[in-house]
Design a protein around this ligand. Sequence first.
Ligand code: LLP
Length: 425
Amino acid sequence: PASTARLPGGNLSVGGVSLTDVAERFDTPAYVLDEGEVRARCRTYRAVFPDADVLYAAKAFLSRAMVRWIDEEGLGLDACSAGELELAVMAGFPAARIVLHGNAKSPRDIETALRLGVGRIVVDSPSEIARLAAQVGSGGRQKVMVRVVPGVSAGGHEKIRTGTDGQKFGLSLTDGSAQHAIARVLGQPQLELTGLHCHIGSQITDVKPYLVAVRRMVGLMARIKESHGVTFPELDMGGGHGVAYRAGESALDLTALARRLNGELSASCAAAGLPVPRLVIEPGRAVAAPAGVAVYRVLAVKPTGSTMFVAVDGGMSDNPRPALYGARYAPRLVGRSTTAEPVATTVVGRHCEAGDILAADVLLPGDVRPGDLLAVPVSGAYQLSMASDYNLVGRPPVVAVHDGSARLLVRRETQEDFRRRDIGA
Ligand code: LLP
């Protein structure tokens, strides 16, 4: 990833701004987002998938500026709550280019989606079909898709694999519940079924599972054509495109994905006598993760028999991914150079539990000391969006860097924020 590539070798700048300056100006911990990198990733998607609708998955990271960048770069948006919808539309995003997901949409989620006029709502369970139709009301017509489980196992961790039966998302291809739900949707005059959807998992680094999935989705489309005489204008293959978090890891090859996915889609449709639907994809991580860097200050250093513990001023409240998924990162010392030998180090947070580990067993210079700055590259996705108020440490600010200047996008959470919500009854 480009942001990471700019970091090694004592070069301590992102987007032309030194991380030391960011730390001084905005304090730590702070999340730095490289606007140029986000935009470049959007452009890569548009260039590699010129005939597809590319929707950015807002759950990876959302802010008003992010919404504007995504809009300006011509992507659509995948949202999964009234909150994400409201924020996006408030920031000026055209609702028609938003798709609403969710395995448990609340009445408010659906009311918000209908009021704002979202482009598609993705049906995820049989029980929501009649309710959705009723909320649309007679005379109305909402475009929907149906989320299908194609029976493909893929993804970087068990908790983020969503392509097989036995997990909560989507409707199974193998037990007939997808076919059944599709039939029910087709029977609702308030719903217009524009296509099928699947999302097989996240942090996928291999093209093959997508090819298997697309073949099965086309197979289902062929059966629906046979039984109901309908064909769909679009096919949404979800997101899941993996990124490299550490040197030596490889990201999903987007060029190969585009070529082989389009190839498989065309071939399968030709074989089944179906028109080729417009492809929709929903990358979140691959747009945002490589554009973000987390900056922490070292608060304590503790040599032990087994490892050197370096404790920083953030932790699992701003990045729960290591604790949740065993995610691995490559933190590095920034702001000063050293000739000290690297030693096996475990970078931990400041929270009150032993599982608060940011990076276990990484190599850092042996002279890391309190006051030093550590940067964690590839921190732009699923960190702040999953951040919590654990220990009332407060969520870090988000600083955008671009062409050598830095500006605050989201301010640090403060004591005052906590007091305001706790009404004291
Ligand atoms: N579309 C749907 C319907 C999704 O559920 C997701 C992610 C995406 C697209 C975007 O997937 P991506 O391209 O970002 O892999 N918190 C986990 C990841 C959870 C992904 C949830 N769904 C993590 O930190 O690894």
